[in-house]
Design a protein around this ligand. Structure first.
Ligand SMILES: [Zn+2]
Length: 305
């Protein structure tokens, strides 16, 4: 079984590389309103079409030493960063959640978050279309994610809705009370992130985002890399916090000696699990023990409910 899992992780990393290339394309073209399908990738310097063998994620960047072979224009380091990050995140998710619908949902969120964060970093822009479509998609996918595993579908939709409204409202209050602090895009992005995380995880995610944001801001100011007048985009911090909690990197259950993936409640096989074959449909006793333990453990608002 362990060997099979390692194989799945290996495939996930390969797929992550291909998806990463596509995310780079999206980050370049979506803000300009260009098509994601045509034309094929070209060098920014000499406009020559990039040969297929130079499109291998990360490896091509290292092999070409970050330069176009034809005109020696620099290839942005970001292309390799995105490809590497996507490979790592895809591998991590599948390592953690195996071959499951939960993994599909989590890698979709990760891909969406990376595109939003890097467009914000590079252009100080959070695109309304991406946020709107992303929020809708996150809401529809939410019950199949990690939180939905322990709750029924109806309850999961409520958590997602409550998370989206809370995220939006919390940042709206900040936006109104401290003009010039965060952007209107950040308010909408917080709505998206709340929808994707659900109310339980959103609070931890926001806490991480604000803590990291303030630390980096203090660092940039004291080291005089930035002045008070420079804007520091907050979107990447929101996304970073969301990634940390959503990928189980900050795993409340694990830290308290509980299985990081809760035992499944017994239920009928949903239609989407059929092609994946042998799915664990849960042991009623194990599930009840898990719930008892979790109820007795802590009265923290996180993960209860
Ligand atoms: Zn070139």
């Amino acid at each position: 079984m362990a060997a099979v899992n390692t194989l799945y992780v290996f495939y996930a990393v390969l797929i992550g590389g291909a998806v990463g290339s596509f995310l780079n394309l999206s980050i370049d073209r979506l803000p300009a309103g260009l098509s994601l399908i045509t034309p094929a990738s070209k060098c920014d310097g000499c406009q020559r079409q990039i040969p297929f063998r130079h499109l291998v994620p990360v490896a091509s960047f290292l092999w070409l030493r970050g330069q176009c072979q034809n005109c020696h224009a620099r290839i942005p380091l970001r292309t390799a960063l995105i490809e590497g990050a996507t490979m790592g995140l895809f591998g991590l998710v599948v390592w953690h959640y195996g071959l499951s619908m939960t993994s599909v949902v989590l890698v979709s969120f990760a891909a969406l978050f990376l595109v939003v964060a890097f467009i914000d970093l590079e252009r100080g822009l959070i695109l309304n279309n991406i946020v709107l479509l992303g929020t809708l998609a996150s809401f529809l996918l939410f019950p199949f994610g990690p939180v939905g595993e322990t709750h029924g579908i109806g309850q999961a939709y409520l958590w997602s809705l409550a998370g989206g409204l809370t995220g939006f409202a919390a940042l709206l209050i900040l936006y109104v009370s401290f003009p010039g602090g965060i952007g209107a895009g950040d308010v909408k992005l917080a709505g998206l992130i709340g929808t994707a995380l659900g109310l339980q995880l959103l609070l931890t995610g926001l806490l991480i985002a604000f803590a990291a944001g303030s630390l980096i801001a203090v660092f940039l100011l004291t080291s005089r890399l930035r002045t008070r007048k420079d804007a520091l985009p907050f979107g990447p911090f929101l996304v970073g916090g969301a990634l940390v909690v959503n990928l189980g990197l900050c795993d409340y259950n694990k830290a308290h000696g509980l299985p990081s993936q809760p035992p499944r409640a017994p239920r009928f096989a949903p239609w989407y699990s059929l092609p994946l074959g042998r799915r664990n449909h849960g042991d009623p006793d194990e599930h009840r023990r898990y719930l008892d333990l979790q109820h007795g453990l802590h009265a923290l608002p996180l993960y209860s409910g």
